[in-house]
Design a protein around this ligand. Structure first.
Ligand SMILES: [Zn+2]
Length: 260
């Protein structure tokens, strides 16, 4: 049994018996890992903030070969992000990033690019303006898809590589723009406005945390819908972003101070 040390972000936590927890962590070097943290439910816990969802921490654990659960020996927090995010909107967007990684990524295969993207996005959720957060989340969705091998193709026809149609015909099914011949033959595309296409391209290529500087949401509802369709078609485990549904339902609730 080997003792390993790795850095990771806590995605979620479950209770295990009266005193312990199971912690699901996306690690930089060892992919998705599940740890048993004995005594983590006692207060005060010897793990402090290290096992809270959103925390970035260092984990020392005993790796059991061919096992799904590994015994955690030590954990030290590097960034207790959840404790820094007092604002409900910021928390919901940060949770949405965790939710996407938890749904779409599995296995113990490392993917450092994806890990770094997650860390930068969580930092963006703390530092960007609240108005910019929907753009940050959309940029994260698109760049996460790219890291997972589903980068939407915008430079050439996604079917045959020919020059793209002047109609800016984006096919969620094909995962990219189409040429004239494919657009006519296949249909099922959304004709993007020039602004939506320009935003799409920037969201894919520029730093996630700056997304609010070049796209205004929810004005770009067109883009939101296209990305949603694209995700539903290519990621069967995608079920929309529940963390943001919670936020929407809170926003729709009438203000208790006002007569309804
Ligand atoms: Zn084509």
């Amino acid at each position: 049994m080997a003792i390993l040390t790795t850095e990771g972000v806590v995605l979620k936590v479950h209770a295990l018996g009266d005193t312990s927890r199971i912690v699901v962590v996306y690690t930089r070097d060892l992919g998705l890992r599940k740890f048993v943290a004995k005594g983590a439910r006692k207060t005060p816990s010897r793990f402090g903030f290290a096992l809270e969802p959103l925390s970035r921490s260092t984990f020392v654990f005993y790796q059991k070969p061919d096992r799904d659960l590994h015994l955690l020996s030590k954990a030290e927090v590097l960034d207790p992000l959840g404790s820094r995010l007092a604002d409900l909107t910021r928390l919901a967007h940060a949770q949405a990033a965790l939710e996407l990684v938890d749904r779409l990524v599995w296995g113990e295969e490392p993917h450092a690019g994806l890990y770094d993207l997650l860390v930068r996005t969580l930092a963006g959720c703390a530092e960007a303006s609240v108005a910019a957060l929907p753009a940050v989340t959309l940029a994260f969705q698109l760049q996460l898809a790219s890291e997972l091998g589903y980068r939407p193709r915008l430079d050439r026809c996604a079917v045959d590589g020919r020059p793209v149609s002047q109609r800016r015909a984006f096919s969620p099914q094909r995962g990219g723009l189409l040429c004239d011949a494919c657009a006519t033959r296949e249909g099922g595309f959304v004709a993007l406005t020039p602004e939506a296409l320009a935003s799409f391209s920037l969201l894919l290529s520029r730093p996630v945390a700056e997304a609010g500087e070049y796209i205004e949401l929810p004005r770009s509802t067109e883009l939101l819908r296209v990305v949603e369709d694209f995700f539903r078609l290519h990621f069967q485990r995608f079920r929309g972003l529940r963390s943001l549904d919670v936020l929407r339902s809170l926003e729709e609730r009438p203000n208790p101070g006002e007569p309804s």
